[in-house]
Ligand binder design. Structure first.
Ligand code: GLC
Length: 442
């Protein structure tokens, strides 16, 4: 079977949106100590069942979630329809392990989709390839039942009666439901593959085999997507040749624009947390500052990438107050500066980024945005921009920034430095988290 040709897919909306919300929500939100809690603490099925039995998010209001996401400047959202624990937020025919059978008593995914669509956000579904609940998912080293050490024969023994093909079919059935029952799905975020040979003792996860395209039956999986919603963007974690429709660097900021073997820029989306865990983690303290989060967003766009920023709602169905604070801060900045984010990408070649700054560029309007992270004294030299700027202004208040072009013809010194343009800055930076100067190019 051939990998479907998906090269015609339109990724424009995705690249123009630039900023999306990741939502990790499941019964692990009740444990409130990491979405991997079942694995980290090797919790048994019987014990883990307590979360399912008590899942009652009485303050779940997806309209409010969508409002918060949109106000932050986000234009799409990706929600965990099923995470590694196997619990489904949607009403699947193929399992009882779903929100409809908890005290919540209804299909929470449907409410999410309706609310986010109504607010003008694109819809993405995260779907976990791993499944720590399904009886036919074969135990691997990521599984809560994995052995600390052991041979392949030991694993074959604990996997007796587990038929991986039944699980692969289950995934196809569920993705069929997801792509049939909820209208247009703009993006599928599949998670994750860890191909490779049997590992006798991985200090982090224990022993066991890897999982990849042969286990997931990735080609057949993609056939289902292709048949039902060919426009749907799919990430790169199915272990298929190529990079999927977009790359997904996780908890790292790429140091440069990722390119393919021909040097073409790749579509990419960094996925990031506020504090480390993806699911609600009550006691985690390592929350990123508003400034760092804005830097991540801007830095990503300056390299042609998206930021998918995660919230882990509580078991009552609300965003963590620390996430709310930061989303509001980002929204405040975005309300005046989103023009340097939405529809923007890296700057044309040849414009050298000044120190402590990032450029983004809107190719449609031919405007360049200079983000200044450390306000310098009085001036900034823009290398490569001599005689290229028609007008410059601060984005927060549209106040003019005067500039002086250095004209190569009238300057005796040879060399690129005289092709600069010099911006004249006020001593006081504008009262915003990250000042942006909008440069209208000729
Ligand atoms: C990792 C984690 C998972 C999380 C995902 C998001 O794969 O296993 O918990 O959902 O990252 O990128």
């Amino acid at each position: 079977m051939q990998t479907p040709d998906i090269s015609y897919k339109d990724k424009t909306w995705f690249s123009e949106a630039r900023f999306g919300m990741f939502i990790h929500w499941g019964t692990y939100s009740m444990a409130a100590r990491h979405e991997w809690v079942k694995k980290h603490e090797c919790i048994s099925e019987e014990h883990y069942q307590r979360y399912f039995e008590h899942f009652d998010p009485d303050r779940f209001n997806p309209t409010e979630w969508a409002r918060q996401a949109y106000a932050a400047g986000m234009r799409y959202a990706v929600i965990t329809t099923k995470h590694h624990e196997g619990f489904c937020l949607f009403d699947s025919k193929y399992t009882d392990y779903k929100a409809t059978n908890t005290p919540a008593g209804r299909d929470l995914l449907r409410e999410f989709v309706d609310a986010f669509r109504a607010a003008g956000l694109r819809i993405g579904f995260y779907y976990s390839l791993l499944d720590w609940h399904h009886p036919h998912y074969r135990i691997d080293r990521m599984h809560p039942r994995s052995l600390r050490t052991g041979t392949q024969a030991d694993f074959d023994r604990i996997n007796e009666g587990r038929d991986g093909a039944i699980y692969a079919q289950y995934m196809r059935d569920q993705v069929t439901e997801l792509l049939t029952n909820y209208g247009q799905v703009d993006l599928l975020w599949l998670d994750f593959s860890f191909p490779g040979d049997y590992v006798a003792n991985d200090p982090t996860h224990g022993a066991g085999p890897g999982k990849g395209r042969a286990d997931w039956e990735s080609e057949k999986f993609m056939d289902v997507v292709q048949k039902l919603q060919p426009q749907c963007l799919v990430n790169n974690r199915l272990d298929l040749p190529g990079n999927g429709d977009f790359l997904t660097p996780e908890q790292v900021q790429p140091h440069t624009t990722p390119v393919d073997e021909h040097g073409n820029a790749q579509v990419w989306e960094g996925c990031q947390t506020f504090s480390g865990a993806w699911g609600y983690h009550r006691d985690e303290q390592d929350w990123k500052s508003l400034r760092m989060l804005l830097w991540m967003l801007i830095d990503g766009v300056s390299k042609g990438g998206n930021l998918l920023l995660n919230v882990g709602p509580t078991a009552r169905g609300e965003f963590d107050y620390r996430a709310v604070e930061r989303l509001e801060g980002m929204g405040k900045w975005m309300s005046r500066h989103s023009r340097s984010i939405h529809g923007c990408t890296f700057a044309p070649a040849g414009y050298i980024t000044p120190q402590d700054c990032r450029y983004t560029y809107n190719p449609k309007t031919n405007r360049l945005y200079l983000h200044v992270f450390n306000w310098p004294m009085k001036s900034i030299h823009l290398v490569g921009l001599g005689n290229k700027i028609a007008y410059a202004q601060l984005l927060n208040d549209y106040s003019e920034i005067r500039f002086r072009d250095r004209d190569a013809a009238h300057d005796p010194s040879p060399g690129r430095i005289w092709e600069n343009c010099m911006l004249e800055l006020p001593i006081q930076p504008p009262p915003v988290e990250v000042p942006v100067i909008e440069l209208f190019l000729k």
